[in-house]
Design a protein around this ligand. Structure first.
Ligand code: 26Q
Length: 834
C-alpha cells in the first residue's frame, strides 16, 4: 500500500495542539537552554560552539515547524496548482543566519545569546556549508527556493542528498588538491527524515509484454535491482511571511529484502557489496560544471532523482484523485534544471502508461503539458548525451519509451518538412554514429511546453544556433528568463552594514521589492551619503582582509582597488586574460612606468573540475605569478595577486561586500548568464565586462558611464574567428609581446621548466576557441579607464551607488515572478499561522 493511502493510526494526533512558540527573546532563549542542556546534554563548561549552534538551530527549527505545517495545510486544502523544481544540485550554504533573518528573529537571538555570554557569530561559524552543487546552476536553485517561499508560491524543490558535497580545495605548491567534503559527518540539524514517504526505484532487469484479464497489453519491467529513495525534508522559509516551503532531497538506501537469497546461500560478502553499491547512488556530487559524458553512476543518479520525485507527485495525486489523470497537467508542473533530470520526460510516460494504464496519446499530452526545461549552457560540447547501450542496460523500459517518443516526434518533423531527411537526422533524439547516443536536450525540448535560456543573449543564441531546428518547429515554446540572486542572502545577510545604510536612507521595503533600490539614485549626488557609503565599503574591505588572513598570512592594502574574479575556473571564463593584465601591470612596475599608479589587489578564486587539466594549470599559473609578484619589493604598495582558495557560498558571502571591481570577462557568446556578476553589483562593485550573458542587461540597467565595457561582441567573435591570427596580434602589440615573453622565458616557473607551455600555446593558437589574445588590447585600455575612475574617489563612489541602486532587476523575486507569469501560472498562497 502506498504510504499516502495509509489511514491515520492516531486519530487524535491532528488535534494535538502545541503551545504557540514565540519569537521573543525570552522564549527563544528558554528553548535554546532546553535543547542545550536536556537534549544535547551540554553545560557552560562545553568548549565547542557546535552544540550551542545545534541548540539555537533546533529552537528556530521548532518555530519553522509550525509554519511549515500551516503552509502544508494551506496547499493541501486549497487544492492549488503546484510547481516542482527538479535539480541535481542545491548549493544552499549555511542556514542559521537565513533562518533567523527570514523568521525576523535576528535581534532576539543575538541579544538573548549575548545575555548568556555567547557570541552569535561563533555559533554561525560552527555550521558547515551545504555544498550540494558546483556553481551557478546549483546556487540558482537555492536562490529560487528562497524567492518561491518569499512570494508564497506552492513550489517543492526535489534533489539528491549527497553524503559528500563539493570537494574542498587546498592549494599545495600552487596546485589544487581536492579533499572530500563529508558535510554530514555531524548530522544535519535542518533536515527531517521521512521514511514513510520512501519510493522504490528500479534498475536493470528486462521488459516483458503481458496481457491482463481484460485483454489489455501492458509492459512489465521485471527482474530489476531496486533501490529505495528515502526523502529528507529541509524547511525553506519565506522572508517574514509565515510561509515555509519544502526542499525534499532523496537518499539511496538498499531495500530491506536486499538479496536475501545471496545471504542465505552464504554469499554474504557479495550481498553486502551490492548493498553498498545501491547506497553509492547518492554518495557523492559530481564535481564537474561541464559534461563528463558516459559515467554510469551519474545516469543512475539522474534517474533516481527523476523517478523518486515523479513517483512522489503521482502517488500523492492518486491518493487524492484515484486513477483520474484528466486534471493532472492543470494542477502540476515540473521545471527541469538543465537536462540533468530530463529522463523525467520518459519516466512520467512510464508511470502513466505502465503503472496507471493510460494510453500513449493521453500520457504524452499530459507529459508535454507538465514539463518545462531550462538550459544553462551554450557550449555544444557540454550538451548531455548518453550511449544507447548504457541506457538500455540500466533503464531498459525507459530506452524503449525514448525510442517510441522519437518515432512519434520524427513523424511530426517529417510532416512539417516532408522529405527533409537531413533535418530528421539532425533533430532525432538519437544521434547515429559509431555508437548511438540519446540527446538529452532534445528529449527535454520535445517533452516540454516551455524552453528557456537564462539571459536575453543566451536565449536568443539558443534559438539561433543550438536549437534552431526546434525553434523553427515550435517558436512559441521558447522564452527567456534572466537569472537573479536572492537579496536576502546576497545583500541583507552578507552585507549588514550596507543594508543598514540603505534602510536608514530609503526605508526597508526594498528587502522584498528590490526595484525600490532605485530610490538611492538621488543620494549618489549627496556628498555626505557618499562619504558614508565609502566608509561602509572600507569596513567591508577590512573584513575581507581578515577573512583572507585566516587562510594565509598576507598583508593586503586596504587602500588598493579590490579587483575580484571568483567563479569556476574554465577557459571560456578567461581567468588567463586577467593574468595577462596582472603580468602587464607587473612589467610596468619593473620598467618604472608607475606615474599616477593606482594600487590594486587582484583576487582570484575558484575550483577546477578534478579532471580538467587546463583549468588546473591555470590555478597553478595564478599561484606562481602571485608568488613572484608578491615577493618582489618593487610591487609593494602597488600590486598584489591573491588566490582565494576553496571558493564557496560562504566565501562569496565574505567577498562580495568588499569588492570594488567585478571581473566578468568571458568570451562573448559563451557565458549563459553569470550570477556572481549580480551579487557583486548588488554590493556596489562596478563591472568590467564583455557583452556576454547577463552583463549586457547589467549594462542596460546602469548605463555605459557606470560599466567598463570591453572586447569583441558575439558577432565580432564569429567574424574574427575566420581569420584569427594571435601570433601576429602579439607581435604587433608591444605590451602583449612583453607579457608573452615573460611567460615564455619561464619567469614564473624558474624551477619548473615547461609547465606552462601548453597554456601559452593554447592562447597563441589560431584555433583558440576563447580568443583571449583578441581582447587583450581592449581589456588593458579599459583597465586604464578603471584606474582613472578609481583615482577620483567621488566618481567611483557614485558609480558604486548607481550600480547597487540599479540592481533591482537581478533579484530572483523578479525572475521567479516571470517564471510564474509565463510558465508555472501558480497562485500565491498566503499563510497565516494565527
Ligand atoms: C553534467 C554531466 C555530468 C556531470 C556533471 C554535469 C554538470 C554539472 C553541473 C554540467 C553542468 C553543471 C553546471 C552548470 C552551470 O552551473 N552553469 C551555469 O549556470 C548558471 C545559472 O544559470 C549561469 O549563470 C552560468 O552562466 C552557467 O555557466
Amino acid at each position: 500500500m502506498s504510504p499516502h493511502k495509509s489511514k491515520n493510526i492516531h486519530p487524535t494526533l491532528p488535534s494535538l495542539a502545541l503551545p504557540e512558540q514565540g519569537l521573543k527573546k525570552k522564549e527563544l532563549i528558554e528553548s535554546f537552554k532546553q535543547y542545550y542542556i536536556h537534549l544535547l546534554g551540554r553545560d557552560e563548561n562545553c568548549r565547542t560552539p557546535y552544540y550551542a549552534f545545534e541548540a539555537i538551530s533546533l529552537a528556530l527549527r521548532d518555530r519553522l515547524m509550525e509554519r511549515w505545517k500551516a503552509t502544508h495545510k494551506k496547499y493541501k486544502y486549497s487544492g492549488c496548482r503546484r510547481g516542482f523544481y527538479l535539480s541535481m544540485e542545491y548549493l544552499l550554504g549555511r542556514s542559521l543566519t537565513n533562518s533567523m533573518l527570514n523568521l525576523g528573529a535576528k535581534d532576539a537571538v543575538s541579544e538573548g545569546l549575548s545575555e548568556l555570554g555567547i557570541e552569535t557569530d561563533e555559533l554561525i561559524n560552527a555550521e558547515l556549508d551545504a555544498g550540494l552543487g558546483n556553481g551557478g546552476l546549483g546556487r540558482l536553485a537555492a536562490c529560487f527556493m528562497d524567492s518561491c517561499a518569499t512570494m508564497q508560491l506552492p513550489v517543492i524543490g526535489y534533489g539528491l542528498r549527497y553524503e559528500y558535497g563539493m570537494f574542498t580545495q587546498n592549494i599545495v605548491n600552487g596546485e589544487q588538491v581536492e579533499k572530500p567534503d563529508h558535510w554530514l559527518r555531524r548530522g544535519n540539524i535542518w533536515e527531517i527524515e521521512r521514511l514513510e514517504y520512501s519510493h522504490r526505484i528500479k534498475f536493470c532487469g528486462r521488459t516483458q509484454l503481458q496481457t491482463d484479464e481484460s485483454g489489455k497489453k501492458r509492459v512489465h519491467w521485471i527482474e530489476t535491482s531496486d533501490v529505495l529513495a528515502v526523502p529528507f525534508d529541509t524547511p525553506v522559509p519565506g522572508y517574514c511571511n509565515d510561509t515555509v516551503n519544502t526542499l525534499r532531497l532523496w537518499k539511496a538506501v538498499a531495500t530491506e529484502e536486499f538479496n536475501l537469497d545471496e545471504f542465505n546461500e552464504g554469499d554474504y560478502a557479495e550481498a553486502v557489496a551490492e548493498k553498498i553499491s545501491a547506497e553509492n547512488i547518492t554518495m557523492v556530487l559530481y564535481p564537474n560544471d561541464a559534461n563528463e559524458n558516459g559515467k554510469e553512476l551519474r545516469l543512475r543518479q539522474q534517474y533516481f532523482l527523476a523517478s523518486a520525485s515523479l513517483q512522489d507527485v503521482v502517488t500523492h495525486w492518486v491518493a487524492l484523485h484515484g486513477e483520474d489523470f484528466s486534471q493532472f497537467a492543470a494542477k502540476n508542473c515540473f521545471q527541469l534544471n538543465d537536462t540533468h533530470p530530463s529522463i523525467a520526460v520518459a519516466e512520467l510516460m512510464r508511470l502513466l502508461i505502465d503503472n496507471h494504464g493510460l494510453g500513449w496519446q493521453d500520457a504524452w499530452t499530459i507529459t508535454r503539458n507538465t514539463m518545462a526545461y531550462t538550459n544553462h549552457t551554450l557550449l555544444p560540447e557540454a550538451l548531455e548525451k548518453w550511449p544507447v547501450s548504457l541506457m538500455r542496460g540500466l533503464l531498459p523500459r525507459l530506452m524503449e519509451i525514448i525510442f517510441e517518443i522519437n518515432a512519434h516526434f520524427l513523424a511530426e518533423v517529417s510532416a512539417h518538412w516532408p522529405g527533409d531527411f537531413e533535418r530528421q537526422r539532425r533533430m532525432s533524439l538519437i544521434e547515429e554514429g559509431e555508437e548511438q547516443q540519446v540527446r538529452m536536450a532534445y528529449l527535454a525540448i520535445v517533452g516540454s511546453y516551455s524552453v528557456n535560456g537564462v539571459a536575453e543573449l543566451h536565449s536568443r543564441l539558443l534559438q539561433r544556433d543550438l536549437f534552431s531546428d526546434f525553434y523553427a518547429l515550435w517558436p512559441q515554446k521558447f522564452n527567456n528568463k534572466t537569472n537573479g540572486v536572492t537579496p536576502r542572502r546576497w545583500l541583507i545577510a552578507s552585507n549588514p552594514g550596507l543594508a543598514a545604510l540603505i534602510s536608514e536612507t530609503i526605508g526597508d521595503d526594498w528587502m522584498s521589492d528590490l526595484s525600490l533600490l532605485k530610490k538611492l539614485l538621488p543620494y549618489a549626488e549627496d556628498a555626505e551619503f557618499r562619504q558614508r557609503w565609502y566608509r561602509t565599503k572600507q569596513l567591508a574591505k577590512q573584513k575581507l582582509i581578515e577573512f583572507k588572513q585566516q587562510q594565509h598570512d598576507i598583508d593586503i592594502n586596504l587602500e588598493a582597488l579590490f579587483d575580484v574574479q571568483v567563479k569556476r575556473i574554465h577557459e571560456y571564463k578567461r581567468q588567463l586574460l586577467n593574468i595577462l593584465h596582472v603580468i602587464y601591470l607587473y612589467n610596468r612596475i619593473k620598467k618604472g612606468d608607475t606615474a599616477n599608479w593606482v594600487p590594486r589587489c587582484v583576487l582570484i578564486g575558484g575550483k577546477a573540475a578534478p579532471g580538467y587539466k587546463a583549468a588546473k594549470k591555470i590555478i597553478k599559473l595564478i599561484n606562481n605569478v602571485a608568488d613572484v609578484i608578491n615577493s618582489d619589493p618593487d610591487t609593494q604598495g602597488k600590486l598584489q595577486l591573491v588566490f582565494l582558495s576553496d571558493y564557496s557560498v560562504l566565501a562569496m558571502e565574505k567577498i562580495c561586500p568588499g569588492a570594488d571591481l567585478s571581473e566578468q570577462i568571458s568570451t562573448a557568446g559563451k557565458e549563459a548568464s553569470g550570477t556572481g556578476n549580480m551579487k557583486l553589483m548588488m554590493n556596489g562593485a562596478v563591472t568590467i565586462g564583455t557583452l556576454d550573458g547577463a552583463n549586457i542587461e547589467i549594462l542596460e540597467e546602469v548605463g555605459e558611464d557606470n560599466f567598463f565595457l570591453f572586447g569583441l561582441t558575439e558577432a565580432q567573435v564569429a567574424e574574427r574567428r575566420k581569420h584569427y591570427d594571435p601570433v601576429s596580434t602579439i607581435e604587433q602589440d608591444e605590451d602583449l609581446r612583453q607579457v608573452v615573453k615573460l611567460l615564455e622565458c619561464g619567469h614564473f616557473n624558474q624551477f619548473e621548466p615547461g609547465i606552462f607551455d601548453e597554456l601559452i600555446g593554447s592562447i597563441k593558437s589560431p584555433n583558440d576557441p576563447w580568443m583571449t589574445v583578441a581582447d587583450f588590447r581592449s581589456y588593458i585600455d579599459t583597465q586604464k579607464r578603471v584606474e582613472e575612475a578609481y583615482r577620483d574617489r567621488d566618481r567611483w563612489i557614485k558609480m558604486s551607488i548607481i550600480n547597487c541602486a540599479n540592481s533591482g532587476k537581478f533579484s530572483t523575486d523578479r525572475t521567479i515572478s516571470e517564471y510564474n507569469r509565463d510558465i508555472w501560472k501558480l497562485e500565491s498562497q498566503p499563510v497565516g499561522t494565527k
